[in-house]
Structure formats: C-alpha cells, structure tokens
Design a protein around this ligand. Structure first.
Ligand code: ATP
Ligand code: MG
Ligand code: MG
Length: 382
C-alpha cells in the first residue's frame, strides 16, 4: 500500500494529506476545484465532479486505499470504488449520515435518545409536527454550519419555513434548552477494534463551531463514559470503518441526547493534531490503509479557536490578522487552509492552544481571542 486517495479537497482532506505524507504515503485528491485546500497539499489531484465516473476510475486506478472527507459525496461513488479498491467508511454508513431521518432512526435503533422529532415530508406531517413547537426545522439532506435550518415558534412560522425550504424532506426537532454541547470522536478498524478520544466541549455561534475545549473537566466526568459508550454503539451498529464524530446536547437537568454524526474527522477534533499522540487524521490514515489502531493519549490541555473569514475584516475593511502577535506566545499553533477567497462565515483556519495547566490555557486563549477579535468564554472548571 503506497497511495492514499481522498474524495473531497477541503481542509479536512488537506489535514489528512499532511498526516498521510508524514507516514510516507503518496496522496491523490479528487475535487472539482483545481486549487482546493487538499489539492494544493497533495502530490496529485484529479479535477473532476464528485459524480463523474471517469474521475472515480482514475482515482481507483491510482490508489491503494480510499476515503472521503466530504460527507455529501454520492454514496454511489463509494460503492463503485469499493468494487475496485478498499474503501472506508462504507457507503451504507455515509448514506445514513447524509439523511437526518435515517440518521435519527439509526440512533434510536442503537438505543441512543434524540431530541423529540418528526419527519416532515407531507402536509399531514407538517400539521402533526406543530405539536413539538418550539422547534428547529432542518432539511434532511445537505445542511451544515446551521444552513438549511429555521427556528419556529408557531404553526404559521413552521408552514412558512417549510415553504421557504421548497417543501423538501425535513425533520422538525424540538428546540431544547442546552446546558452544553459536546462531541466524541472514535476510529474503528476493519477488524472491529475501536479507539476513542475523550469527549470535547463545543461552543457554537450562529450555528457554526467557534470554540472547542479539550481538557479534563470541560465535559462533566460523570457523562464522559456514557457518551463514549453511546458513540461506540453507534459506530458498531453501522459496521463502521474509519473516523466517526457524534455530536451531543447536554440539557439543563443533566440528561443528554444525541444530535448528529459526521462520517469523517470533525472540526471539533482539530486540537488532536497538537494535543494528542495521534491525531484524528493519523487515525483516518490508519483505518484507510488498514494499519493497527491504538488508543491516543491526550497529553496537553487544549483549546481550539476557529478562524472564520470574519477575522480578516475590521470595521468593514480587509485586514491581515496579527499572526506575529499571537505566535509570540508559546503553545499557539496557527493552521491556515490555503483558501484565497475570504468570506465572512467561511472556515479559513484555526488556532490550537496548549498549556501545562487549564488556568494558563484559558488565560492564553483569552489573550489570543482578544488579539484576533474572536468570541471566547472562559469555562468554570472545578
Ligand atoms: P454542523 O456544521 O455541525 O454539521 P448542522 O448545520 O448540521 O451543523 P446542527 O448540528 O444540527 O447543524 O445544529 C447546529 C447548532 O444549532 C447546534 O450545534 C446547536 O447549537 C443548535 N441546535 C441544533 N438543534 C438544536 C435543538 N434541537 N435544540 C437546541 N439547539 C439546537
Ligand atoms: Mg451537521
Ligand atoms: Mg452539528
């Protein structure tokens, strides 16, 4: 095995390519954009649409192991490739993750509770769903970063929101009062062996991840084991191979529900590059190339701050953020994805901070966030 192939050329593919190359693999990326973040970092890029069979043939020909970084890659592409070369994750698992209705049914089948929800596909469904309000209407397919969602308080708002979405298949989820949000990342090999990172805590702004806290106490210790156990069950139920991230909501009364899953490394796991013995991307290389999995040790308390395009604007003017000022601090790692087109709300990079103690870490995060004009809330940890 010498060449790893990846469907999708975004930042997740770029970080995967970096990890693969460090281990001596050649890489091939398939993406329609010739200057994609992963394409820039890869030895080789196939410029083709995700549904172009000629591109799939070239990829299968060139690679010894294949994976995806883009969760909306056609499941048919994974199936087609799997008939030719080893592919993970399996097409059926990715297909479930692409559809919120299928995804929630899978969680329920695994005995993991979701927020109260109903599928909205017909007028009659819409009527019935009003009983769950206030809620969030979410398109069943293709949503990310809070896109394709609408908060609804009344039956009229619900009707209007569904109409605005073009009456496509949706789910209505009850809007819950969240105490906190967290996520769990596992990697499962073809032999069924599973390893995991400890749960990390996430803060979102406007539906987009802003901050990840990864240190002991960031997620209540009493919850951690149950969340890891639920995530392992979800991966096993999918006969999953690869890296899987599952998001959870913890409610005011301490109970919790599952939100959604991503069949790939996740934004909330970027800290693992700098704070763990093996990153989520190292584990994806291992599952793709059928190498042994070992439990990664998390060696430093860590915080990740996402860099959206907004950080390149100050009072409406384009700026270059003060990279030198933040890099003067120890334990600050700047990651930029090589995207030329800066847009507000677009994920351009992230900063990972590590420190010897949680106190020192949070002081440093507050300073870096201040310099970059990013939101940051200090966590109260006992
Ligand atoms: P991602 O980029 O993580 O894939 P997404 O577009 O799939 O995002 P969700 O994860 O479903 O969106 O929701 C985005 C955010 O909106 C959540 O992280 C949470 O902050 C809030 N949210 C979603 N559903 C609910 C709910 N039922 N009750 C309360 N808040 C919610
Ligand atoms: Mg999502
Ligand atoms: Mg989410």
């Amino acid at each position: 095995h010498t060449t790893l192939g990846v469907l999708g050329g975004g930042q997740l593919g770029r970080m995967l390519v970096h990890a693969a190359q460090r281990m001596g693999y050649a890489t091939v990326v398939l993406d329609p954009a010739p200057d994609s973040p992963a394409g820039q970092a890869s030895h080789n890029q196939i410029v083709a649409a995700y549904d172009d069979q000629t591109g799939w043939d070239q990829l299968a020909e060139a690679c010894d192991g294949l994976t995806t970084e883009f969760e909306n890659v056609p499941a048919a592409a994974l199936e087609y490739l799997a008939a030719r070369k080893p592919v993970s994750p399996p097409a059926q698992a990715v297909a479930k993750a692409q559809d919120r209705i299928e995804e929630k049914r899978h969680f329920t089948a695994c005995g993991v509770r979701c927020a109260p929800w109903l599928a909205v596909q017909t007028e009659a469904d819409l009527e019935a769903a009003a009983a769950l309000l206030p809620g969030i209407l979410k398109t069943a397919r293709m949503g990310y970063d809070g896109k394709g969602q609408a908060v609804c308080h009344t039956a009229d708002e619900l009707r209007q929101a569904w109409s605005n979405m073009g009456r496509v298949a949706c789910v209505l989820e009850q809007k819950l009062a969240l105490a906190l949000e967290c996520s769990v990342i596992v990697a499962r090999g073809a032999d069924g062996h599973i390893v995991n990172f400890q749960p990390q805590r996430n803060v979102h702004h406007g539906g987009i991840l802003a901050t990840t806290y990864a240190f002991e106490g960031a997620v209540p210790v009493a919850l951690s084991d149950a969340l890891v156990e639920a995530t392992r069950r979800i991966a096993e139920g999918l006969e999953y191979v690869g890296v899987l991230c599952v998001e959870y909501f913890v409610l005011q009364d301490g109970s919790w529900v599952v939100n959604e899953m991503a069949p790939r490394p996740h934004n909330s796991g970027h800290y693992t590059i700098d704070a763990c013995e093996h990153s989520q991307f190292d584990l994806q290389v291992r599952t793709t190339m059928n190498l042994p999995l070992v439990q990664p040790r998390h060696h430093s308390p860590s915080i990740m701050l996402n860099l959206l395009g907004d950080a390149w604007y100050r009072h409406g003017e384009r700026i270059i953020p003060p990279w030198e000022a933040i890099q003067q601090l120890p334990g600050v790692q700047l990651h930029l994805y090589g995207k030329q087109d800066v847009k507000p709300g677009r994920k351009m990079g992230h900063v990972t901070l590590t420190a010897a103690t949680v106190d020192e870490l949070q002081d440093k995060a507050a300073r870096v966030a201040g310099l970059l004009h990013l939101p940051f809330e200090r966590l109260d940890v006992a």
